[in-house]
Design a binder for this molecule. Sequence first.
Ligand code: ANZ
Ligand code: ZN
Length: 827
Amino acid sequence: MEVSYDPRIIEAKWQKEWEQAELFKVREDPNRQKYYLLEMFPYPSGKIHMGHVRNYAIGDVVARFKRMRGLNVLHPMGWDAFGLPAEAAAIQNNTHPAEWTCRNIEYMRSQLKKMGLSYDWSREIYTSDPNYYKWEQWLFIKLFERGLAYKKEAYVNWCKTCRTVLANEQAEGGTCWRCEGEVTQKLLPQWFLKITDYAEELLDCLEDLKGWPEKVILMQRNWIGKSRGAEILFPLDGSEGAIQVFTTRQDTLYGVTFVSLAPEHPSVEELVANSPERSKAMSFVQRIINQDRVTRTGEGQKKEGIFTGAYCRHPLTEELIPIYVANFVLPEYGTGAVMAVPAHDQRDFEFAKEYGLPIKVVITPEGEELQPDQLTQAYEGDGTMVNSGPFSGMPNREGMDKIVLKLESLSLGKGAVSYRLRDWGISRQRYWGAPIPIIYCPSCGPVPVPYQDLPVVLPAQVDLGANAGSALPECPDFVNTSCPACQQPARRETDTMDTFVESSWYFARYACPDYSAGMFDAPRVDYWLPVDQYIGGVEHAVMHLLYARFFTKVMRDLGLLKTAEPFTNLLTQGLVVKDGAKMSKSKGNVVDPDELIERYGADTSRLFSLFAAPPERDLEWSNRGVEGSYRFLNRVWRLVERYRYLFEREGDQEALSPAEAEDLKLARLTHATIKKVTEDIEKRFHFNTAISAIMELTNYLGQLPEEIEDRRPAEAVKDAITSMLLLLHPFAPHISEELWHRLGKEGFLLNQAWPGYDPQLLEVEETTLVIQVNGKVRGHITVSTDAKRAEVEAAALAQERVQVYTRGKKIERVIVVPGKLVSIVAR
Ligand code: ANZ
Ligand code: ZN
């Protein structure tokens, strides 16, 4: 009986079968080669979006493919469950963040299940689970004990009206998201993780990440931002001490005309103390400090500053150098102080022009002389040193080393390296996060919660609406405790951890999500790690990936992991765009995956997102593309139905080698398709070209005669159809599974071996033909045996000697005798 394709029926049916058979459940097996495939876990925002569909469809192709290739594949899924939106939604809808999150997880899990993704759901984790964050708190204490977690004062966004700390995304444009009041910067004690201790290793190891996109490596390199240069002392005039600057251009030392300090520099207050303009200076300093960082460091931001009234001395010439405070000098980079060289640094140039400060040229480009008063911008390139005392005439690169040597001999400077990378501030003054496991005791100071008392559970009973800030400090049962060391009344830390902390180690926990005797079960985690292939959005190129790399190194140093890098290969997929813009709620151009799946089924949704573009590129949404994928699957269905009788015939059981098959051309196409699909998936993730190869095979099969009587071509057709279903399985798992079983085959496709191909079949056979023009032999031509008549004709006519003999004549007839002759009649 002929049945038509109905994804609604078959998709639900197979999802149930797979689940009942625990098809995706995986166990450690030291005798088998493992493959750990991971997609970045989602934030449970409520519903999956097309970006998720794309990400997980890509991952599922690889997971199913590797499994059919015989590998022991770990493919887990979980939820990045803490975070601000849950709190905002809770306040808005009067629910509890836990409830909101839980409901979203339920729904999104059901959506992922409807996509037919091959996850081992028995390993599911959600990060707001005390059994999960217990180990994060445990690790935090380990870091604290090693000095890798510490507390220091740092600036946070502060809303005066709401009297609360705001996350950066709540303080955009310098106004509070809640009351739209002004956001200022406030110094508050914050917890930091010492990622800077690992800066050098994080940088060095980038070179070994051969399976990462070049652009991500570059972004990480820039983020770490290693600069080589010098630290130089400028002794203060008339008082003790010196200003220490960091420069990468010590060759320009003789061109210094002032020194600029960050407004936050610790010496500022003292330096302005005796200035008649003291109060004016301090109010400038305060104004800049209060500015939000994004505005302050913006590209086109005006260079602003103020004179402190104090001077220092040039370390080599002993000239008097005025000290300024400038908005563009950052407190956390280098030493927070800059030796300003307006002739050779653009920022200093603009500053000098603004405040009428002198400009002194000390580097000249080859064969040119620079006049300070004619400069319209700084000259930042290399050249010869001039006006530089004993160093004049030297190439500036050489001068760099010489100047460092000179400064070292005077104890006024030394070679130095600076990193742009800052320690990671993890304190969040929010409720919905993992509590930082510290207790403050009036006599013992900060004391870590004893290991046996973990986890510090987030209290469930809180009043979120009462206060604009975190609900935790308002929760006496949580805050009030006793000191683990001296039993005196003490207070719990009420900051929670940045959610990037949870995502810095989740990939390792999937190896043993149920383990309760420690953070990781060594044999299991050693078996699975590192992740062989990680897939996710490029928006995580810097922070998440860098933090996860940092945590991996820390966990290695604690003896918890053997691996130094978490992700061997990385694929960053492009965006899903519609009408030229990224799909987003705010742009109103979203396509709801629910509707798509409801209408066309999961297989079409998957196929479309894999076929429309290679993974790294942006995917342009197209209704026609979706329709096209759906039509293709319908064609596949009808094709298999049409030839089903071949599989039901008796006596055809024994396999014929395709090489023997009569229809060599079909056998060749089948094997060429296997080769192409295999390589496109394995080497390049070019799923779109893999799918089009499958389409070509389907089209070819579609135009074969209806009835196939001969045993031999029947075998070639059967082989082609079987292979096609196997190849299609990673892309469209439900329809392929259904058709497989409709052909009377046993077992799940996922448990079948990926088809191999016969390389001999792919060697193209060639024959050589004689070319005659008007009866005379004028050349030879070599073509493949299955070349079409028109191709042979065109190739013969295109030959140079043939052109010579037919020039100016009209081609009247071309006769092709296969395997022998091309005869051209020209008059
Ligand atoms: C003098 C100089 C002369 C500089 C010159 C540059 C060109 P990178 O390469 O990014 O590391 N700098 C140092 N500390 C700073 C801070 N805290 N905030 C803002 N700028 C700072 O940049 C190093 C250069 O940035 C340093 O070299 C310093 O300016 C400036 F022709 O020193 B230079
Ligand atoms: Zn105490």
